[in-house]
Design a protein around this ligand. Structure first.
Ligand SMILES: Cc1ncc(COP(=O)(O)O)c(C=O)c1O
Length: 386
């Protein structure tokens, strides 16, 4: 063979002798077959082989299998972001004329997607309050095909009774989907509470190192089948490199969550006892409005809390600008502690009415508590409050 041919030959032989401890990054867009029959077998579901990385890739599947176990699901899917997971699920499960019922207290990106984009495809939406969701059977109509909610809710940490919503949906043949991002599967397993599909922004706790944007859907294989097809068509699958990093992050999820839970609880108690603070929202505090629900369905309360420092937007901005250890940054769930002002980030672009329905005030600061020492974090909050 000439040099140009030699350069692109496949390296064979080495992999037969290697048994790696970690799942390698299958950095390939496509997979090789021996015959037309093998391709046909793959297409007709008689083969475990891979064909094309947009359809599936061993690095991605290895992480999907791990997450399915974590969420007690038959199957899980990795997508290129939390928003890609939400979009692909809704496109795969719904048709023109269907109605989605969605909690109006929800991550802003989800709200805008359901309220502004889906109607272009004939998918209608109805937003309901947390109070309405206390009697979930009353929010479902004959047109409802799917109920989408999150618990704990970004950024107020309000919680919804997952089993109650799931049971009401099941009784009416409606699909229930919960965004489990704030809890993580260590603190809350919604499928065991009867919900049909769990969604995550894996950008947050699942990866945990603020360096991967990814999304997850988990549920029954049958229910996820049309969503798998949609992922192939819209091309929202995760890249194998990102899947590898996510798989590495996942290995420490349970220890990270333990630490998030204890440090956030310590900080929430300290803030709740401080008279300079107007309100502390953390489901682990006994006076949180949904503490009983949270205690019933969660094993820990997570690393995010929201503090109302008073003084309107100016008060929150002053507090935010004075922080030294907490990074002024959007996102959450990483090893680094972050602070964001919801009116500028997760709820940016909301009208006053939408903010009110989401329970968000201009003087709120959301804290994502990382892996630093609790005393150092408290000292930072103390100096910023002063
Ligand atoms: C609760 C929740 N769901 C979904 C998303 C969207 O996830 P991503 O940013 O990975 O697309 C976010 C992002 O902040 C979130 O907080």
């Amino acid at each position: 063979m000439k040099i140009a041919t030699e350069l692109v030959q496949r390296a064979t032989g080495v992999t037969r002798h290697a048994e790696p401890l970690t799942t390698p990054i299958y950095e390939t867009t496509t997979f090789v077959f021996d015959s037309a029959q093998e391709v046909r077998d793959y297409n007709e579901g008689r083969s475990q082989k891979f064909l094309y990385s947009r359809y599936g890739n061993p690095t991605i599947v290895a992480v999907e299998e791990k997450i399915a176990k974590l969420e007690r699901a038959d199957a899980a899917m990795l997508l290129s972001s939390g928003q890609a997971a939400t979009t692909t699920a809704l496109l795969g499960l719904l048709a023109s004329g269907d109605e989605v019922v969605c909690s109006s207290a929800i991550y802003g990106g989800t709200l805008h997607l359901i309220a502004d984009l889906l109607p272009k495809f004939g998918i209608r939406s109805r937003f309901v309050s947390i109070d309405d969701l206390r009697t979930p059977e009353a929010v479902i109509t004959d047109a409802t095909r799917l109920v989408w909610f999150e618990s704990p809710i970004n950024p107020t940490l309000r919680c919804i009774d997952i089993a109650a919503v799931a049971n009401a949906c099941r009784a009416r043949g409606v699909i229930s989907v919960v965004d489990n991002t704030f809890a993580s599967p260590i603190n809350q397993q919604p499928l065991s509470l009867g919900v049909d599909i769990v969604m995550h922004s894996a950008t947050k706790y699942l990866n945990g190192h603020s360096d991967v944007t990814a999304g997850v859907l988990a549920g029954s294989r049958t229910l996820l089948e049309p969503v798998q097809k949609a992922r192939r068509m819209v091309g929202t699958v995760l890249d194998p490199h990102a899947a590898y990093a996510l798989g590495r992050g996942l290995k420490t999820l349970s220890v990270r969550m333990e630490r998030h839970n204890t440090t956030a609880m310590t900080i929430a108690r300290w803030l709740a006892a401080d008279t300079r603070v107007q309100a502390v929202h953390y489901p682990g505090l006994p006076d949180h409005p949904d503490h009983a629900v949270a205690k019933k369905q969660m094993r820990g309360f997570g690393g995010v809390l929201c503090v109302d420092v008073g003084g309107g937007y100016e008060g929150a901005a002053r507090f935010f600008d004075k922080l030294k250890l907490f990074n002024r940054a959007a996102s959450l769930g990483g090893v680094e502690s972050l602070c964001s002002l919801p009116v500028l980030t997760s709820q940016w672009g909301h009208t006053e009415e939408e903010l009110q329905r989401a329970g968000v005030t201009h003087s709120m600061a959301r804290l994502s508590v990382g892996m630093e020492d609790a005393d150092d974090l408290i000292a930072d909050l103390d100096q910023a409050l002063s």
